[in-house]
Design a protein around this ligand. Structure first.
Ligand SMILES: [Zn+2]
Ligand SMILES: [Zn+2]
Length: 352
């Protein structure tokens, strides 16, 4: 927008009555011969606008206190301030019409310069949008709408009737259908099992409390009204989700239900359910059973798999015993009896 203000024109603040809102804007023309010399010299536009104001101020019949229009638009695309924003126009024919619409005049006439340039149409549009941003409603009319006058002349009136489009506006594609705002997603309410322990809404246990306390310790406790506690709630899910996002997870990987990787990062290890100790006889030379393999896998998880050549199996062997012994030596409760054969305490400490 190329705006010429009253200050630019050397005019004082308008003395016109305040009119903070209106139904819209009416478009005018000068209604007299206008010289085509305007096209070649913008100084002539400024002089034209000064002359219009002078003629209005000298019009004793109307008693104008200022130029009648809110704005004028020249062929070079300048929007020149008249009464400006928030002032009642004196141009629409009577006081009711003046209250209903603001007024913008295009500097074209009934002879000479009669066709608005594209720049002028853009400037009128600028003025309409400026007024719409400051109290004008959506109506765009011509002076002749509701008043007996030829104003604003054929070309400008045809443009007004077309909706006063910007001449350089590209064809408008159909607007995209308006999507309703997405509802706030429901918190995830499924459970997942990791190492025999449940996580997610409804899960219960000390391991749930441990997750909550770790979240709080890391600054992800914002959704707790109380707790954390042993019952997994939506607050646990929401806090866990923020933790997942902090790790760079998104989408279903950040739904607030733990996965192994994030849980390990949160706790520093992966907790597991403590299975019932089956009995010492399952861990003797020659023993072959699922408990041996499970024990071995847990030793590996806890970092005590160093004696395996090929990994844990169902066959009890010396590698199992050496790994168990290493684990026992690492725990003060077990170090005094680190024979490599698991009893109930070794079992519980290994799996918890
Ligand atoms: Zn008019
Ligand atoms: Zn001009």
């Amino acid at each position: 927008m190329q705006l010429v203000t009253r200050a630019d024109l050397g005019w004082p603040e308008s003395a016109a009555a305040a009119q903070p809102t209106a139904l819209g804007v009416k478009v005018h023309y000068e209604g007299t011969p206008v010289s085509t010399d305007l096209l070649t010299d913008h100084d002539r536009c400024l002089r034209e606008w000064q002359n219009i104001r002078a003629s209005h101020l000298s019009n004793k019949a109307e008693g104008y206190v200022d130029v009648a229009y809110n704005y004028a638009a020249c062929p070079h695309g300048f929007l020149m301030e008249g009464r400006g924003i928030g002032r009642r126009t004196g141009a629409n024919g009577n006081q009711t019409l003046n209250r209903n619409h603001y007024a913008i005049v295009g500097l074209v006439g009934d002879s000479g310069l009669t066709e608005p340039t594209p720049e002028m149409l853009n400037a009128i549009r600028d003025g309409i949008e400026l007024l719409q941003a400051h109290g004008a409603g959506p109506e765009i009319r011509g002076h002749r709408d509701g008043y007996a006058t030829s104003c604003p002349g054929g070309p400008l009136y045809a443009w007004v009737q077309a909706g006063a489009p910007r001449p350089d506006a590209p064809a408008q594609p159909d607007p995209a259908p308006v999507k309703p705002p997405a509802p706030a997603p429901e918190p995830a309410r499924y459970r997942t099992t990791i190492n025999g322990l449940e996580y997610g809404y409804g899960a219960h246990g000390d391991h749930v409390t441990a997750v909550g306390e770790a979240l709080v310790a890391r600054g992800f406790g914002g959704h707790y009204q109380q707790g954390p506690g042993p019952d997994w709630s939506d607050a646990d899910t929401a806090n866990y989700q923020e933790f997942q996002r902090s790790l760079g997870y998104s989408g279903s990987d950040a739904d607030g239900v733990p996965g192994e990787a994030s849980l390990r990062q949160l706790l520093g290890y992966l907790p597991s359910a403590v299975p019932a100790f089956p009995g010492r006889e399952y861990f003797r030379p020659g023993a072959v059973n699922d408990y041996v393999e499970r024990l071995g896998e847990q030793l590996v998880r806890r970092g005590f798999g160093g004696h395996y050549r090929v990994g844990p199996s169902r066959d009890w062997g010396e590698a199992d015993r050496l790994n168990v012994a290493a684990f026992q030596r690492s725990r003060a409760e077990l170090a005094g009896d680190a024979d490599g054969y698991p009893g109930p305490l070794t079992w519980r400490l290994l799996f918890s």
